[in-house]
Design a protein around this ligand. Structure first.
Ligand SMILES: Cc1cc2nc3c(=O)[nH]c(=O)nc-3n(C[C@H](O)[C@H](O)[C@H](O)COP(=O)(O)OP(=O)(O)OC[C@H]3O[C@@H](n4cnc5c(N)ncnc54)[C@H](O)[C@@H]3O)c2cc1C
Length: 483
């Protein structure tokens, strides 16, 4: 069987030597640094679930490519059933982790590339698709974790790529020879790549003639020569660094959604790992196919899982406070459930209305409209859910002292007495649930959810491209029998 155990996954990371910086210092070991360790734990969990009889149905599947069982996060959907399972896996992993499943961007990139390499070969006579399939077979056979990188620093948003004074604000091919290509530039906001094995790189800013050097997609080991990671660092990172015990934190094991800027300083990529090179009209296809797939994931599946964490914590706090019969709190909880289910419905609709794209490719992608609507809907719904949770949680969500005070002999008894709501629940539990909800409502998840998979305007642009209102106009004309 191709599946690795979680222990084998952790062991396999020891063979990699990514160059990583966080908070101005070199991270010598991703397994030991407290913040990078959260990514290791999240990815590791995906290996455990794929082997767990309780979850293997959702987290693993049969791959005809290698005639074996593989982790679902390495499988390209070949039916709407696969897309539905993909959606269910997104919700499952998100609600179990309370943070990113870092393998989803790679998983969604596989869909975009499987589809578009097939189309390029058909239209242009290139030979990308067999190369991509060979690569995917290698990923499945070795059960590798693959992160995905599309977003770039970019220059002024009102200028075209070639007008930026610095040509490397988008990842650019700077050399091409018989062995492969050399790239220079950076990708930003990239989730969890340093604790994966491989990085799948997609183009972002190649749209027009003359921009061929930006029209590149390839796979690289995460520690290829010339790659450097500059990690995010926030008050939540500092808090994790400073904690006496991880138990003090809102998400002790899996932490925040961790990202990094990835610098490519003349990185060599051999031809067998290059899946798109110069065919700029197909860059936009890769991006839009990736976008709708990832928007189904981010909007209609993973945030549904996150909402379950928020709803669970809000419900517990309602009970600690004896507010079970407060009509407005019941109403707020119900509103959260409705928003969650609306999110789930959009994700499921995107999956069940998915189609083979292009026809004959064998690759199934989510419905264009519903994929984008999934994310557009959740951008606002997630803020609303956090606002409702903030109301139920009360000021304590942002004013609570450290859980360390429960060990401080000078104030321990007072903290236990005055933060218990007079309930039978241990104060430690009450404080931990508040800390979890602080993570969500007063942390990084609002902006993270808004921008991850693109902000609202990005989805509206995609929708405007596919909706022409002809059907709606004709309905009115027919109703009125307009000539
Ligand atoms: C937690 C998190 C995890 C992420 N993980 C990944 C990952 O793993 N891989 C990956 O590739 N990306 C990842 N991203 C990146 C994410 O997809 C981008 O942040 C998102 O697409 C927005 O791009 P940006 O951050 O450059 O913001 P911007 O594009 O700068 O957006 C800021 C504002 O500018 C507006 N704007 C931008 N361009 C234009 C324009 N041309 N005209 C008019 N208005 C414009 C936007 O609509 C928005 O209102 C992640 C982001 C987050 C927050």
């Amino acid at each position: 069987m191709a599946l690795m155990t979680p222990e084998q996954f952790e062991e396999s990371l020891k063979d990699l030597r990514p160059k990583i910086f966080m908070n101005g210092k070199r991270v010598e070991n991703v397994l030991e640094n407290r913040n990078t360790r959260t990514v290791v734990e999240a990815n590791k969990a995906s290996y455990a679930w794929a082997l767990d009889p309780k979850y293997k149905d959702i987290m693993s599947c049969y791959s005809p490519l290698i005639d074996d069982v593989v982790n679902r996060y390495t499988h390209v959907s070949a039916s709407t059933d696969d897309l539905v399972k993909k959606a269910e896996a997104g919700t499952f992993t998100a609600e179990m982790l309370g943070t990113c499943i870092y393998r989803c961007v790679g998983y969604d990139s596989f869909h975009a590339l499987a589809s578009t390499t097939w189309e390029m070969d058909r239209d242009l006579g290139t030979e990308y698709h067999p190369k991509f399939i060979e690569y995917l077979k290698m990923v499945q056979t070795k059960d590798l974790s693959v992160a995905g990188a599309l977003t770039e620093p970019r220059g002024r948003r009102d200028q075209k790529t070639l007008s930026w004074p610095n040509p490397f604000l988008s990842l650019k091919m700077v050399d091409k020879n018989e062995d492969g290509i050399v790239v220079r530039g950076a990708k930003i906001n990239i989730s969890g790549a340093y604790a994966s094995h491989e990085l799948m790189v997609l183009p972002q800013a190649a749209h027009f003639e003359g921009e061929e050097d930006y029209a590149i997609a390839f796979a690289t080991p995460i520690d290829a020569e010339g790659i450097t990671y500059v990690c995010q660092y926030s008050p939540y990172s500092a808090e994790r660094d400073m904690a006496d015990s991880l138990e003090e934190l809102g998400n002790p094991v899996f932490g925040q959604r961790e990202t990094a800027m990835i610098i490519f300083d003349n990185v060599f990529v051999p031809w067998e790992r290059v899946f798109h090179c110069g065919e700029y009209p197909y860059s936009i296809k890769i991006v839009s196919r990736y976008a709708k797939t990832h928007r189904m994931t981010c909007g209609g599946t993973c945030k549904v899982g996150f909402m379950n964490q928020i709803i669970g914590a809000s419900k517990l706090i309602q009970e600690y406070k004896g507010l079970e019969n407060a009509a407005h709190i019941k109403d707020q909880l119900m509103e959260m459930v409705v928003l969650r289910e609306t999110g789930r419905a959009c994700g499921m609709a995107a999956a069940t209305k998915g189609i083979e794209e292009p026809e004959g490719s064998g690759v199934y992608l989510p419905d264009e409209i519903m994929g984008n609507v999934s994310k557009l809907n959740i951008c606002n719904a997630f803020w609303r859910v956090m606002a409702l949770a903030g109301d139920i949680g009360g000021g304590l969500l942002v004013t609570m002292p450290s859980i360390k005070e429960l060990k401080n002999p000078e104030v321990k008894d007072y903290v236990e007495e005055f933060y218990s709501f007079g309930s039978d629940e241990p104060t430690e539990n009450i404080m931990k649930v508040h800390k979890l909800l602080q993570n969500w409502t007063a942390g990084q998840h609002g902006v993270g959810t808004w921008h991850g998979a693109g902000p609202v305007m990005a989805q509206k642009i995609m929708l405007q491209r596919v909706i022409d209102y002809e059907h709606e106009k004709n309905l009115v004309k027919n109703t009125l029998n307009l000539k």
